[in-house]
Design a binder for this molecule. Structure first.
Ligand SMILES: NC(=O)c1ccc[n+]([C@@H]2O[C@H](COP(=O)([O-])OP(=O)(O)OC[C@H]3O[C@@H](n4cnc5c(N)ncnc54)[C@H](OP(=O)(O)O)[C@@H]3O)[C@@H](O)[C@H]2O)c1
Length: 283
């Protein structure tokens, strides 16, 4: 029993892009030192690469009779309704659940876990559940994750969740579950929007004559430099923009085109549409 050894057991259900990246972050930073990690995924491709670490055990399906102190749900949202009833009997009243599934509310996760005909009615409706919304750059330790816990979550469980995601980036505790849907648009989908905008800049730089690799190098540095300057500066974004722009200059010419096409309005609309979709998809 993990409790007797004073070690805890974290079930990672789904070890794909995100689940695998979260585990890699934990191993790379030696986070959660008192926890062993049980990885469960029918597809061994990512989990097998992590098995060398002594804290990791991999199974293609939930091992009979196992109990977990915490379950991290990193399966696809559409797999929730069929999979969660199966894990309920591997949890106890002392366990808690962290879900990164987009669009699966605390309410629906509670219901899916409670749909067990396999005998764990003890769990009831009071199982602590934390929703987390990370993004793909957790793969390189530069993720952003927002987290929010149900009323039953203890401060210790929240701290553990922060430690889990801090291993691969920054963590922001948000005040309501609705802000997790907002985070789905801004954080989860955010890299997709940035890639889309950068693709246009890359295409134009190549059309101008840069080699593709040169365009990549230059654009990455421009974005990194601008972001780091913003991060370290006491100036607001409009103030920084003014520092680049001189009257009648090149920046002003380019910005005039962005303004006449209401690019800022469109970017706000993009985030609103993504948020609305997150709310629509939520069950
Ligand atoms: N990708 C993002 O940028 C992002 C950002 C924020 C949140 N999320 C959320 O993260 C979650 C995972 O996304 P992902 O991109 O990591 O997906 P993924 O790469 O497809 O990983 C999901 C893994 O779960 C496995 N799986 C399927 N059924 C299972 C079961 N019954 N038990 C255990 N494992 C099972 C899948 O195996 P098979 O491949 O064999 O089906 C797959 O390896 C999603 O809920 C998504 O909403 C993703």
């Amino acid at each position: 029993m993990p409790a007797l050894k004073n070690r805890k057991n974290l079930l990672v259900l789904g070890v794909g892009n995100m689940g695998g990246a979260i585990v890699k972050g934990v191993l790379a930073t030696n986070a959660l030192p008192n926890w062993d990690l049980t990885l469960v995924d029918p597809n061994p491709s990512v989990a097998k690469t992590l098995e060398g670490d002594e804290r990791i055990t991999y199974f293609s399906e939930l091992p009979e009779g196992s109990k977990f102190d915490c379950a991290l749900l990193a399966i696809k949202p559409q797999q929730s309704a069929t999979t969660l009833p199966l894990i309920a009997r591997h949890l106890s009243q002392e366990s808690f659940v962290i879900s990164i599934m987009a669009g699966r509310s605390i309410q629906s996760i509670t219901e899916d876990l409670g749909n067990s005909d396999l005998g764990n009615s003890d769990l009831g409706n009071s199982l602590p559940i934390i929703r987390a919304m990370p993004n793909l750059p957790i793969q390189i330790g530069l993720g952003a994750t927002a987290i929010h816990g149900s009323d039953h979550v203890t401060p210790e469980q929240l701290v553990l969740t922060k430690d889990l995601f801090s291993a691969s980036g920054t963590v922001t505790v948000v005040a309501s579950e609705d802000l997790i849907d907002v985070a789905t648009a801004i954080i989860g989908s955010g890299p997709g929007f940035i890639f889309h905008l950068l693709a246009a800049a890359h295409e134009q730089a190549v059309e101008f004559g840069f080699a593709p690799e040169e365009a990549k190098q230059v654009l990455c540095q421009v974005v990194k430099g601008a972001v780091s300057l913003y991060e370290q500066s006491a100036h607001t974004l409009p103030e920084l923009e003014t520092q680049v722009k001189s009257p009648g200059g090149t920046t002003a010419a380019g910005l005039a085109s962005l303004e006449s096409n209401d690019i800022q309005g469109n970017i706000k609309l993009c985030l609103k549409m993504a948020y609305e979709r997150a709310v629509q998809l939520k069950t």
